[in-house]
Design a protein around this ligand. Structure first.
Ligand SMILES: NC(=O)C1=CN([C@@H]2O[C@H](COP(=O)(O)OP(=O)(O)OC[C@H]3O[C@@H](n4cnc5c(N)ncnc54)[C@H](O)[C@@H]3O)[C@@H](O)[C@H]2O)C=CC1
Ligand SMILES: O=C(O)[C@H]1O[C@H](OP(=O)(O)OP(=O)(O)OC[C@H]2O[C@@H](n3ccc(=O)[nH]c3=O)[C@H](O)[C@@H]2O)[C@H](O)[C@@H](O)[C@@H]1O
Length: 459
């Protein structure tokens, strides 16, 4: 089956980069990305590509190359659905904040709205592709909504979860380990496989049944997050035993059965997906009465919360058990380097904890705006926006953030932090000058030589 027009509902961190790469690699396919968020679409259409709503290395170039040729951003959702043969659903699926499953289950209201919209608008047969991360068996609900329209239109449903990581989205899309397509219509699967086939080798395009595909996505994220929690658990043991977690990670990572990736001890994982997807997995397991399975995966989250908490507890304890009125500089606010995304970033929770202890915080992040930092904090509802603003300031200059600070805490592993003039920073800070390196990016002996009291994770 040859597809000529596709649309993607949801112009977010997944929809934007994924469709941009599909458009670049398939110049004969018209790709339209639609969203209800007008400001986001306007930003995607900004003539200055440095103002795109999402920062990803290499993305602005691809959008600049394809936009207006075969890649379009629009708020005309019905029109795009109507004219497309294939429709990707790439909307957000956050953890529910209300009702049954609150705090655990995935909120599928946005996905359901998309399905209803497609059902309402479609006049010709469509392939509907689940790109969002969804609980296993969601395709059944989508199918049920779509097949009860009475319009006579045939809908094929495919699951095609996305495995890109933020910060490396473009590279991950250009060179994926695998593309996963779940479905039961060979013709529909071929249609999607052909689109990817224009740049992904066929042996990396994996076909499964739709349920395996849905569950593989949750499982992949659970395994990845589990590795981070596993090494972070060991990091705490290292701190009590004079073992060094970096050395342990290297030693175990050289075992080819374990492998070296995802063994970087840290302040705890963040990002929009690991926590949400594991909570969802836990919820699904419990809903089938599989309590041991649920408890097993829940522990990954419990350990992650513990890791964030013990970082700020340790900082407070080291600063003589009080940070009240002390200036603490946070370097980094994004949940990892090379992204402007801050969802579930460990920095938010560490800052909140330190503010509870009346610290005065300055934040510097190369890609995150002051408004975003404040809105992340306000979202927690711990104190009023006015109080947050009074206690926490952002600055565009790292040296200003660090000036006269009692301590600096490294929250994100931005490369630029390594090349700062740490001797100059030492002179600027109050003494003793403390560094709490939540990402283990600085050299301990160098920092000690300058005069810092340096603490990293797991050593
Ligand atoms: N962020 C990531 O790195 C990854 C995310 N995922 C999954 O992809 C999905 C999307 O994630 P993100 O792109 O990060 O979310 P996002 O929040 O950045 O983007 C979702 C977009 O969908 C739009 N939207 C919601 N309902 C809509 C509707 N009814 N009609 C039109 N537009 C609508 C929103 O306005 C928003 O712009 C989620 O299920 C997530 O779990 C999967 C892999 C990676
Ligand atoms: O479904 C998703 O949203 C995506 O979730 C993750 O991607 P992402 O969250 O963008 O970034 P990761 O590189 O996985 O990092 C997640 C968090 O774990 C932390 N991390 C990662 C690796 C590590 O060794 N140590 C560690 O602390 C990072 O700093 C970050 O806070 C997965 O890696 C993607 O495959 C998946 O598509």
């Amino acid at each position: 089956m040859k597809i000529n027009k596709i649309c993607c509902i949801g112009a977010g961190y997944v929809g934007g980069p994924t469709m941009a790469v599909i458009a670049k690699k398939n110049p004969n396919i018209k790709v339209t990305i639609v969203d209800i968020n007008e400001a986001r679409i306007a930003a995607w259409n900004d003539t200055d590509v440095s103002k795109l709503p999402i920062y990803e290395p290499g993305l602005a170039e691809i959008v600049g190359e394809t936009r207006g040729k075969n890649l379009f951003f629009s708020t005309e959702i019905d029109k795009a659905i109507d004219e497309s043969e294939m429709i990707f659903i790439s909307v957000n699926t956050p953890t529910k904040t209300y009702g049954k499953g609150k705090g655990m289950a995935a909120d599928l209201k946005y996905v359901e709205l998309c399905a209803r919209n497609i059902a309402k608008v479609a006049k010709t047969d469509k392939i509907v592709v689940e790109k969002s991360t969804l609980p296993v068996r969601t395709a059944q609900a989508i199918k049920s909504i779509l097949s009860n329209t009475g319009s006579g239109v045939n809908f094929d449903i495919l699951s095609n979860p996305e495995f890109l990581a933020e910060g490396t989205a473009v590279q991950d899309l250009l060179n994926p380990d695998r593309v996963l397509i779940g479905g039961d219509s060979e013709e529909a699967i071929d249609g999607l496989a052909n689109i990817y086939g224009s740049w992904v080798p066929q042996d990396r395009i994996l076909r499964t049944n739709v349920w395996s595909s849905e569950l593989s996505k949750l499982t992949a994220n659970a395994f990845l997050a589990q590795r981070v929690s596993s090494i972070n658990a060991i990091s705490e043991l290292c701190e009590h035993t004079e073992a060094d977690v970096n050395e342990v990670a290297k030693a175990i990572g050289m075992d080819s059965r374990i492998g070296p990736k995802f063994l970087q001890a840290s302040i705890g994982f963040g990002g929009s997906c690991f926590q949400k997807d594991i909570l969802n997995l836990v919820y699904i397991a419990r809903s089938y009465g599989l309590h041991e399975v649920a408890d097993y995966w829940e522990q990954v989250i419990i350990l992650n919360d513990h890791q964030k908490r013990r970082f700020s507890d340790h900082l407070i304890k080291t600063l003589y058990n009080t940070v009240s009125g002390k200036k603490i500089a946070l370097l980094g606010w994004a949940f990892k380097k090379d992204t402007n995304d801050t969802r579930e970033s460990a920095a938010i929770y560490v800052a909140d904890h330190l503010l509870n202890e009346q610290a005065e915080i300055t934040v510097y992040d190369p890609k995150v705006s002051e408004e975003k930092v404040q809105s992340d904090l306000n979202y927690l509802n711990t104190r009023s926006p006015e109080e947050n603003k009074a206690l926490l300031q952002s600055t565009d200059s790292p040296y200003e953030a660090l000036d006269d600070a009692h301590a600096v805490a490294i929250m994100t592993e931005w490369d630029e932090f390594k090349s700062y003039d740490w001797e100059k920073i030492y002179k600027q800070m109050k003494k003793p000058a403390f560094i709490f390196d939540g990402r283990n990016i600085l050299d301990k002996s160098e920092m000690n030589k300058i005069g810092f009291e340096y603490y990293s994770i797991g050593s």
